[in-house]
Design a protein around this ligand. Sequence first.
Ligand code: GP9
Ligand code: MN
Length: 649
Amino acid sequence: MTFVISSVINASLLRFLTVKNFFDFRPIIADLAITLLIGAFGYFFKPKHQFKYFFTISILFTAICIINSMYYTNYLSYASFSLLATSMQIVDVGDAIVENVMEIKDFSYIWQIFFMIFVHITLKSRNYYPRVTETENGKKNFKYTLLGGIVVALVFVVTLTATDIGRLGKQWNREYIVMRYGVYVYQINDLICSLSPTINSMFGYDKNAKIFRDYYDENPLQVSNNEYTDIFKGKNIIVIHAESIQQFTMDLSFNGKELTPTLNKLASEGIYFSNFYPQESVGTSSDSEFIFSTSLMPASSGTVAINYFDREYVTIPKLLSEQDYYTFSMHGNNGTFWNRNMLHDSFGYDNFYYYTKDYVIDETIGLGLSDKSFFSQSIPKIKTVSESNKNFYGVLIMLTNHTPFSYIGPYSDYSVDLEVESIDSKTGRPIKNTKPYLEGTTLGNYFKSVHYADEAIGEFLEGLDEEGLLDNTVVIIYGDHDAKIKASEYEYFYNYNPQTGVLLDKNDKNYHDVDFYEYELNRKVPFIIWTKDQEFNVEVDKVMGMYDVLPTIGNMFGFASKYALGNDIFSVDENVVVFPDGNWLTDKMYYNNQRQEGMLLDLNVPVSVDYIEKYCKYAEEVITVSNAIITYDLIRNTNESGDLLKTYK
Ligand code: GP9
Ligand code: MN
């Protein structure tokens, strides 16, 4: 009883503290069924040993709640066994986790363990175990408890809809599954699904190969023909993967100084996509690299970088190799992080320059080589590449602006407090005063760090220019994902007035509350295509996702992938960005597939139920096809002739 009740309470508590669905009894019934079914097996043990069984399961269940609670704080989703291999990457960002992820509430589930011990000691002191050993019929108790569990499970099953069942099988809508089935069913189901990459590649191949064929038969490659077609054909490309830079930072200034003067300048001189969204999942940086390079979605279970790097993908480096480009990547962290040395090999880069192998470690910030040192050491390498190749494509992956952002202090003199000037009454001279605002906060450190990154990009471009490397080169910059800063940090930023020292109360009518939709929409990142001659100068505010990059720049440089799931933004009427959890965004609506509710972006432009259904179906289709490719290696397996790239223009 203690085990069952405490487990059900903890599972409910987890839902309250994460998805906040307070009034749904259905997951409670599922939690009850699972704990009864698992609890029944306790009767296989003699009463004096039963505690060990229930206690072990309680520790496991408590751990599930704690881990999921922490995970939810960071990713707004739930943990998965498929990420065990991936979690080795997270160990490397350990500081970030302790500083930013753990909260006291994550440990509120521990009471179950103490409660179990307390009840056990009480029973022992009352001589319960010897007494019950004489009278207890273990087999009978097992049977009745199991039967009880089955009846409760049946009651639960009756409440399920076809959508509920479908989503359990696919597992990408994790929030929905926990809301509907409770955390224990979710985690057991996740274990089964996580083993599925191995099991899956043995089963279900034909079904997925058909899904794949049908999709591409219905959606054949549309070769674009618009004013951007081939505009940059034959030019070199330098891509800057800007770690954790969000678009809204470009709109900020402190004390009259722009936060991102370099990005702002590039945006105003080049092609600036101001409504651009990352689509990464738990593979963060590595997912963004993957989506950018392939126009596919990230894996729903595990990560491409760790679990599926060895599949065949049609990538930008491979497509440009067809045009005799020398392709390379560069990074100031070690080559094994995110399995990059394997992943980049699989992407088809001719070379991967990294940290310990190719760079002198003369300045370390946070995870590795500082961005400024990384860039300045990269310039001569790019120069050498340019001298011996007709064209090159180089991707430079930045690092310094990585959570927890707290290392930036000594490298930044950008103030995020309020600096005010006043007149000294004695001397009559102007003096500077500082009023505390964001110094010392995570968001404040983030801003300082973004400013550093922006400065590093500026110095890099100057250095390239001095070497004449910008003359025939297109520079492409993208933020890889958001900085995963908590909503409460933004609320302080918006609601504290450093001038008056007043922090608005939550009940104040002017209080700026950062709700789910505002938070999600604010996750957008910059995407800029810039050339020194500023020939193409336009702002594109149509909503766009990372998977639209390949088709969009492919049209400009003369390549295309028939497996691309995104669109050339200049050839599509209405674009849709599908997120890995099935949520989607158009210029009219952000739809939360987890909760099956949406927000209109313009109240004067309503959408129909058909519209929502159409994009929900589309989101599901795109995620399914992408997973089929990734899991079953369908690009390789369906192209036996091996001339994958020959089918492009
Ligand atoms: C690590 C860097 C950061 O090398 O790319 O990765 P992230 O934690 O953002 O996935
Ligand atoms: Mn990253």
